[in-house]
Design a binder for this molecule. Structure first.
Ligand code: PAF
Length: 275
């Protein structure tokens, strides 16, 4: 496995590769990331993983400074997964000047975008830069970050980028909590309570499967239950799975998304439901 921080060297290494599968990450890798790498392995002969904590997608009061940076441990995990190349650019390598040209994906101000202004612009911009640098044939993103996956798919489609986007299923702890780098911010007590986010979504999914059509009432009840248990809720939303817009009546392909804070830690999760 080669670890390459420079764009020019990476381009040289990848020249002539006919089947590149790419997993962009911000490092601090857990089982969810490694699952995406395994999916990438199935789709390409040369697997490239990037590790870059992207300042552009963090708001001023967010956790950019304290985001865990664990490069050596990450590289050991990636080597064991048979990754060919790890791209580890510095801030200066990727943003040598202020990034004036940016990409504004749809729903930039909806769902998580409403609570993290500029976040999806930052994500789409860095992903486009990484695609231009790596030039992958396929790229794998986790479905836990449902809105991010949607934003990337829209960008690829609308800008005619020659890359196939693959969504990897959410990997969960045995109790149901979705794996996330931010889970390690949780105290022992918060970790025990964190599963309630998943349980709330699972309860909503069951209610939808049982025939509930009043999604607004369902959302309101979920917010009340989470708040009563000490969560600060950003949103709980039932949306059409393919567009993330409000479901039309009769819509059968849905996704239930939530973002909420337990103490200082903001967690997101979602569950798909087909009725
Ligand atoms: O999901 C992430 O880790 C990041 O948002 C991504 C896609 C690597 C862009 O910085």
């Amino acid at each position: 496995m080669q670890v390459i921080p420079a764009i020019s060297e990476l381009r040289q290494r990848l020249r002539g590769e006919t089947s590149i599968s790419f997993v962009p990450t911000m490092g601090n890798l857990h089982g969810g990331h490694l699952d995406l790498v395994r999916i990438a392995r199935k789709h390409g002969k040369c697997v490239v993983v990037s590790i870059f904590v992207n300042s552009l997608q963090f708001g001023v009061n967010e956790d950019f400074g304290k985001y865990p940076r664990t490069l050596q441990a990450d590289c050991e995990k990636l080597e064991q997964c048979g990754v060919d190349v790890v791209f580890t650019p510095t801030e200066l390598e990727l943003y040598p000047q202020p990034q004036l040209v940016t990409v504004e994906p749809p729903l930039e101000n909806d769902l998580c975008g409403a609570f993290r202004p500029g976040h999806f612009r930052g994500v789409a911009t860095v992903v486009l830069k990484l695609f231009n640098i790596v030039q992958p044939h396929t790229a794998v993103f986790g479905r836990k970050d449902c809105q991010q996956l949607y934003a990337v798919r829209q960008m690829v489609s609308q800008l005619n980028l020659p890359v196939e986007i693959i969504g990897g299923d959410t990997v969960r702890e045995p109790d149901g909590l979705a794996l996330s780098s931010r889970n390690q911010y949780l105290s022992t007590d918060e970790r025990t309570r964190a599963v309630f986010l998943y349980q709330t979504l699972a309860g909503m999914r069951q209610a939808v499967l049982d025939g509930t059509k009043d999604f607004v009432a369902l959302e309101r009840q979920a917010v009340q239950e989470l708040t009563a248990r000490g969560w600060q809720v950003d949103y709980v939303a039932v949306r059409a799975r393919n567009s993330l817009t409000l479901p039309q009546s009769g819509e059968s392909d849905l996704v239930i998304l939530a973002a909420a804070r337990l103490g200082q830690t903001r967690l997101i999760d979602n569950l798909e439901v087909c009725i």
